[in-house]
Write a protein that binds this ligand. Sequence first.
Ligand code: XIL
Length: 332
Amino acid sequence: DIPSLKDVYADDFLLGTAFSPNDRFSEKGKLIAKHFNSLTPGNTMKWDATEPQEGQFNFADADIVVATAEANGATVRGHTLIWHQQTPAWVFERPDGTPLTDSAEDKALLLSRIDSHIRAVAGRYTGKISAWDVANEVIDEGQADGLRRSRWFEIAGLDYLRTAFRVAREVAPDAKLYINDYNTEYPRKRVALFNVVKQLRAEGVPIDGVGHQLHMNIERQRIAEIEKTFQQFATLGVEQQVTELDISIYTNFVESYTSVSEETLALQGLRYRDLFDLFRRYRGTLNSVTIWGTSDDGTWLDTFPFPRNDWPLAFDDDLQAKPAYWGMVDPS
Ligand code: XIL
């Protein structure tokens, strides 16, 4: 019987996985219960899932994630309240279907929709969700000010973030409120995110934590750069979590294989080992590490950035432990 990942890291941080309601009563569900003490809904708490039409909420799938976590004795990371993807078109339209602009009236409508949405979604799970990704992927380091030109930003400037965090704090006062992003180990992204978090916190916007997605590949290792990122955000006094770790076997957006070699899987194991070695050294800084899925059959990388097979996770399609798993268990 192989060691439980959550037990291996019991003194270090929570060990999480992305969870789908389909996993609930399956063999995978048992594996998840054994290894993970934190669940993040992969899709079911996103805006398109919870409020597909204005004011019409659907919590059936989100409730399953929360119920499963309760049954497993696990915590839940809420993901995500505000994102530029998986948000229905109506959010950015006037009642007559024309696009919202940055006029005062349109901006007020958008902010009121954010308010109602967060009140309903985060408010429903008060006391059941320990951390919320209030905002996801708001940085674009290609912009001089570092801010992504999403519809949120075009219509409301930074007020969409101010409103989102303040309402989330009001309705979910016991949840830690996170801003979450990818590529935070790259210097320009790191600095841009740092500046926004610093500015908003100085204004009193309740941002408690910074989430690092860490979608990696077997070539991109960047241990030293990830370490710099942890150190830099620690100076702000925020919490930090690794929120969506996976290690693709691909090093480009072109290749596509139908099978994976033992050597590649062994290399991936070394990558996981080195990352978990780093995480363990930063256990006072990180309080949670989530892997973006459990077994390779369920990875989002089978569809992103285009359809191809990938093998990024700890367990294979038959739910057997891969070298990746052993890299996590034996970090040094
Ligand atoms: C992904 C899900 O895993 C997929 O099922 C879905 O089709 C697209 O979104 N960054 C995030 C996550 O913050 O929400 C994304 O999840 C992966 C990238």
